[in-house]
Ligand binder design. Structure first.
Ligand code: ADP
Ligand code: MG
Length: 699
């Protein structure tokens, strides 16, 4: 049987050792199988022509048909270039050459029809294409019949060595032509038949050398099906294992603490969603299976309270419980909130963070070991080996994406049986993605905000129109409110960003004379950061200039305005998280997104979405569509192989659910995949997921 995984790239005609090395270094393609599974990221239909009048600055490759209006040679020496004006009757654009000027002068004539192919960009106010591909209509008949030209991802380094998209295509065609045998099938015949899937060999040929749109579509479907199907089969298989393996502590009683709290301590009625989620949790922890539940709820939806009441269930049943927050500020805040909520209830609460003093620490450790401390609130500090519990029954993890898999798994080693785990996140993950990332991890959703909240008003302003924004901010300050001013800080441009932040701070000082202004960013020492936050919390400072360090969870109800600078540089979910810092009090809150005048289509979409909705789930769905799941916060550490080769979890939601059901049925009938028909499935799973952590056991 043909085994392409064991065949080296350098033996493909047109590759050789040097190119094989580039393919390995730049694209991580190690063998012929890898190359065959390196799919085009798009196809350009070269049978169609676009109209110049309809082109936008974001257009990808376009094909135009028309004539030259003029040629102009500009500059001297190295900046010498040819600029031509090209029209198709609907409009005109510039074509520019910096090299090969002589060739251009000789070859292209006025008054003749050409086909122009390239990627437009904006120069000044004019669309232009640099170094376009140009052919006469006669030359164009040399294109593949389908007219579908595949495009492959390559890197700058590869292009510098003549390994561009075209070269990649040629190499892959050479590989396909040199195959001695059919590529062995990876799906059992019964699946191919039942779901009318194209055999693997044909699908691989069609995906690289499409005969027509129809066959290309079938090929894509088959390959997407395969990829998603194996992913789901893998996830479901581990989920099943987890179910079998991990027994948990049953919390059988709904006891005094929970009831007393509910009836006498709660200052307000729970929302319907909070009640429902608490029922779901109670149902889980009452069984003898370990709970592994993800609690999603938009910022401000009241997750902390649900966490507290779940912890009370643990204490009622004689267990300790713990809540872990991603930052010290948040841990402190949880501690204060929870202490206030509990009032006189006989529950002993401890706080453990990086700045807990040594002598307090000793006492805490003791109390945790002998069980006299019931609830522990803390940061990473609480997963250190030295922290031991008497009987930890429940762990709540707040804002889960800040914790790595390794950190989470350490919690599991604190007991004989793993504690129940409740992971809380305000970054809503769309359903399909949750299903894929967490397998059968149970998901609860708080999809309702406490009553009386005024939706935050979000508006977009260009950065050259600042004066009215400042006037508005002054009014808000006069009315007693506080304000966040947020700057982007991105690793790649850190130095510049810090400078912008500093400049911005100075600028705010000048624009708001007499107003106390604070500043926080990641470079401050923890104590300094805390002091700054504390000053803002207590109202001592009225404006806080900050980076995204304020993104997570901080609660300053009096802060009702947030101005986000260079908002176009933030991702959607980040903007949403940031915005969640306002709208926490009784006053109308505002979020002002300030951007530069020029925006890419994607940025414009993001800003539009933010101005149009406050619903985190809607935003998450939109984000998934715009960015693809690999970039979504909360997914990076999931362990999922997000470099899906062809499937797209946003686009292929339906197919994901479809194949998930197929996988489930197969496992129901043959959980070990030992039937002859299914041996291929088992072998494929082993091959595809051999190098992965068993993330199915980690919350
Ligand atoms: P998040 O889900 O962002 O963690 P919090 O738990 O911090 O939200 O809750 C935000 C605010 O709403 C808190 O001040 C909390 O006391 C309040 N809150 C929570 N539940 C309710 C409710 N059912 N009715 C009124 N206010 C509530
Ligand atoms: Mg919270």
């Amino acid at each position: 049987m043909l085994d392409l995984a064991s065949k080296e790239l350098k033996f493909i005609p047109g590759v050789g050792p040097a190119r094989a090395e580039w393919l390995k270094k730049e694209l991580k393609l190690l063998n012929q199988e890898d190359l065959l599974y390196f799919f085009p990221y798009k196809y350009i239909d070269r049978t169609r022509f676009q109209a110049i009048s309809e082109l936008t600055a974001d257009a990808s490759y376009v094909q135009l048909k028309g004539q030259f209006l003029s040629f102009e040679t500009l500059g001297v020496g190295r900046s010498k270039r040819i600029k031509a004006l090209f029209t198709d009757g609907t409009g005109s654009l510039e074509l520019v050459w910096f090299k090969g000027l002589k060739y251009v002068e000789d070859k292209y004539k006025l008054g003749q029809v050409y086909v122009v192919f390239g990627k437009p960009s904006v120069y000044g106010h004019q669309l232009s294409i640099a170094h376009p591909d140009i052919e006469t209509p006669a030359e164009q008949t040399g294109q593949p019949k389908a007219g579908l030209q595949p495009f492959y991802t390559t890197t700058e380094k590869m292009k510098a060595h003549y390994l561009n998209s075209k070269a990649m295509h040629t190499i892959i065609v050479n590989l396909i032509r040199s195959l001695q045998d059919r590529v062995p099938e990876t799906l059992p015949a019964y699946l191919l038949q039942q779901y009318k899937l194209m055999p693997l060999h044909e699908a691989l040929v069609q995906i690289h050398i499409p005969s027509n749109q129809q066959l290309l579509k079938q090929a894509r479907y088959r390959l997407t099906f395969e990829e998603l199907f194996y992913l789901q089969l893998h996830i479901l298989r581990y989920a099943k294992e987890r179910e079998r393996k991990y027994r948990g502590y049953p919390f059988q009683r709904v006891g005094d603490l929970f009831n007393t709290f509910y009836h006498t301590c709660l200052p307000f009625e729970l929302t319907g969603a909070q009640k429902r989620v608490l029922r779901e949790i109670r149902n889980d922890v009452g069984k003898e299976r370990q709970m592994n539940r993800l609690l999603q709820g938009d910022v401000g939806s009241g997750k902390t309270l649900v966490a507290l009441m779940t912890m009370l269930m643990a204490v009622d049943n004689g267990f300790q419980a713990s809540i872990m927050a991603p930052t010290e500020i948040l841990a402190n805040q949880h501690y204060d909130t929870i202490k206030a909520f509990l009032g006189d209830l006989p529950v002993k609460v401890g706080l453990l963070t990086g700045s807990t003093k040594a002598k307090d620490r000793v006492r805490l450790h003791e109390g945790l070991r002998d069980g006299s401390i019931h609830l522990l609130i803390g940061t990473h500090a609480l997963i250190e080996e030295t922290v031991q519990f008497h009987n930890l029954g429940l762990v709540v993890i707040d804002e889960q994406h800040r914790f790595g898999v390794e950190q989470r798994s350490r919690l599991w080693r604190k007991n004989d049986m793993p504690p129940h785990v409740l992971v809380m996140t305000a970054t809503p993950i769309p359903r399909t993605l949750a299903m894929t990332v967490y397998g059968d991890l149970d998901v609860s959703v708080i999809d309702e905000l406490p009553p009386g909240r005024k939706p935050i008003k979000t508006i977009h302003r260009f950065d050259n129109k600042r004066a009215p924004v400042y006037t508005f901010m002054r009014e808000q300050l006069q009315a007693g409110r506080q304000i966040y001013v947020v700057y982007p800080l991105i690793q790649e441009s850190e130095k510049m960003d810090y400078k912008n932040l500093e400049d911005g701070y100075q600028h705010i000082l000048e624009a708001f004379p007499g107003v106390p202004v604070g500043m926080v960013h990641g470079k401050l020492k923890a104590a300094e950061k805390d002091a700054q936050m504390q000053a803002f919390l207590s109202g001592q400072t009225r404006i806080l200039v900050a980076t995204t360090v304020i993104e997570v969870g901080v609660n300053v109800p009096n802060a009702s305005v947030m101005m986000i600078e260079s908002a176009e540089r933030f991702g959607l979910s980040q903007l949403h998280q940031l915005r969640g810092r306002v709208g926490r009090g009784a006053d109308q809150s505002y979020c002002i997104l300030v951007t530069s005048y020029k925006l890419s289509e994607d940025s414009r979409r993001r800003i539009e979405i933010m101005c149009g909705t406050n619903d985190g789930f809607e935003i998450a769905e939109a984000d998934l569509k715009l960015r693809g799941p690999g970039d979504l916060e909360g997914t990076q550490q999931s362990g999922i192989p997000f470099d899906l080769k062809i499937a797209n979890l946003a686009r292929d939601q339906q197919l994901t659910e479809f194949v998930r059901n197929i996988a489930r049925d197969i496992l129901k009938a043959d959980s070990a995949l030992d039937q002859p028909d299914n041996l291929l499935l088992k072998a494929q799973l082993r091959k595809r997921f051999a190098h992965e952590v068993n993330w199915g056991v980690i919350s």
